[in-house]
Ligand binder design. Structure first.
Ligand code: AMP
Length: 173
């Protein structure tokens, strides 16, 4: 089925000028949800990564199921001050101000090859920061996977040379 057709566009959310790509409508279609997971699982089943790292919060929705299907460890990259154990953190620039992501210091083992999962690639700042977190833990990110990519925001270029995989692209800024 056409995944793009079940992703709702919400203009001017959360602020004027943003075309918010809402995946909650996709999740209401089991066939589309299954197609997302099956497509990602097919891509990573052979030569599966040592772990998946998913980004709070919509990355958790897809990452958790994918980790279950691939039968690999599932590590969380969270917003600040959510994780109870010892953490590493990385900040990154937003249009206005900065944001931060954190991981538990023992979430990844040195030498692991991991794939990052999030719902959407915009500027790439979030996943670039998660890539730095994984590197600080001694892991290597082999690919970043997204349901949606907004190519005009050039996240793929920002993440290069890291390979990027996405299921759907929308030509909006
Ligand atoms: P970025 O770091 O710019 O690649 O932004 C990616 C993060 O922000 C993802 O976790 C997305 O869920 C969220 N995000 C950014 N832009 C949008 C958008 N237009 N629609 C929905 N989510 C977005």
């Amino acid at each position: 089925m056409d995944i793009a057709s079940v992703i709702r566009n919400v203009p001017d959310f959360p602020k004027p000028g943003i075309q918010f790509k809402d995946i909650t409508t996709l999740l209401l279609h089991p066939e589309a949800h299954r197609q997302v997971i099956d497509t990602l699982a097919a891509r990573y089943r052979e030569n599966a990564p040592d772990a998946l790292v998913a980004v709070e919060s919509r990355g958790f929705i897809f990452g958790s199921t994918l980790a279950y299907v691939l039968n690999v460890p599932f590590a969380l990259a969270r917003k600040p001050n959510k994780l109870p154990g010892d953490t590493v953190s990385e900040s990154f620039a937003l249009e206005y101000g900065t944001d931060t992501v954190e991981m538990h210091v023992d979430a990844l083992q040195p030498g692991w090859r991991v794939v990052i999962v999030d719902d959407l690639l915009a500027t790439g700042g979030t996943v670039a920061a998660v890539t730095r977190l994984a590197a600080r833990l001694g892991a290597t990110v082999t690919e970043a996977a997204f349901v949606v990519e907004l190519p005009l925001l050039k996240g793929r270029e920002k993440l290069a040379p890291l390979p990027v995989f996405s299921l759907v692209s929308f030509m909006v800024e």
